[in-house]
Design a protein around this ligand. Structure first.
Ligand code: R5P
Length: 298
């Protein structure tokens, strides 16, 4: 097996290839003045009849990176690759998993259709927004989803010095994950009710049950923090109910724009997550998990 990776992740690809003890080949990238991009696979002689593992984080610059990934797959097919496995730690367009408004594209489905047509045989990703939808649209592709919530929470609780903690799911979509974590760690949990306006995107969050959260450390858990809007709103709500000790934890820390300032202004005392996306708040490196996932799915 050979590891193929875009040159912009060379350090992390090296970590993964060392863990897997396999050789790696970079993809060179050209950016043209008109905005077009071109992928060039080096060492094409090595590809024929080989099983290929592609490590291709698609965030940031998602649309550009997806284009480069499609080009890489096309080239691998043309040079006679055998099975193609694809690692995308933070799966793009995961939140567009259905037609929210009439006439919209289900972009998650489109991306998986393209991967199918480019002969991807298996796909490894980490805590996708909706694993069922991903598997449903993947057709012939074998999907392996790695769940890092439990290992991440273990590290967060250590950092919080195992204070009297309550886990908070900011919305219905995360409630099952948080309930599961509450069982594993024997910690209380609360699910908030979030509603997002389909047209404006405006979010409202409520605490449904009248539960006392004063004097507790509240740890909000989500799959991703994008603009920080959801967890900032949730934090304000929890502060209004009398809590002063609120933290945020998510697998994918995109932290776009002023997300960190926004979260800090809402009273969030700390942010924790993984490095599926490069960020300064990661306390869990994903490459060892990717290596285990690849080895055990063989
Ligand atoms: C949405 O359903 C997700 O689980 C996250 O809550 C959401 O993507 C977070 O986005 P933001 O940080 O922009 O509120």
């Amino acid at each position: 097996m050979l590891l193929v990776y875009p040159e912009f992740i060379s350090k992390r690809a090296e970590i993964l290839s060392n863990l897997l003890k396999i050789k790696s080949i970079p993809i060179k990238i050209r950016y043209f003045p008109n905005g077009e991009v071109l992928a060039r696979l080096l060492a094409t002689d090595a590809i024929k009849n080989q099983n290929i593992l592609i490590y291709f984080p698609t965030y940031p610059n998602t649309n550009c990176r997806l284009n480069l990934l499609f080009q890489t797959l096309e080239v691998l097919n043309e040079y006679g690759a055998n099975e193609i496995s694809l690692i995308i730690p933070y799966f793009p367009y995961s939140r567009q998993d259905k037609r929210f408004l009439e006439g919209e594209c289900i972009s998650l489905k489109l991306i998986l259709n393209i991967f199918n047509s480019l002969n991807v045989t298996s796909l490894i990703t980490i805590n996708p927004h909706n694993a069922d939808a991903l598997i449903n649209y993947s057709k012939n592709i074998k999907v392996v989803t790695l769940d890092l919530f439990s290992d991440l929470l273990n590290k967060v609780l250590y950092q919080l010095k195992n204070r009297d903690t309550v886990l908070i799911a900011p919305d219905h979509g995360r409630c099952a994950d948080v309930k599961n974590l509450s069982n594993i760690f024997d910690i209380d949990y609360i699910c908030l009710k979030k509603e997002r306006d389909k047209y404006t995107g405006k979010v409202t969050i409520q605490l449904e049950d009248d539960i006392s959260i004063v004097h507790k450390t509240l740890l909000m858990i989500d799959d991703e923090i994008s603009t920080g809007g959801t967890l900032s709103k949730a934090s304000k709500l929890l502060h209004n109910k009398g809590s002063t000790d609120v933290y945020a934890c998510a697998i994918h820390l995109l932290l776009i724009g002023d997300a960190v300032d926004k979260m800090s202004s809402s009273g969030i005392k700390g942010i924790f997550g993984t490095n599926t996306v490069n960020n300064p708040y990661s306390i869990l490196d994903i490459e060892p998990y990717l290596a285990d996932g690849i080895t055990s799915s063989k």
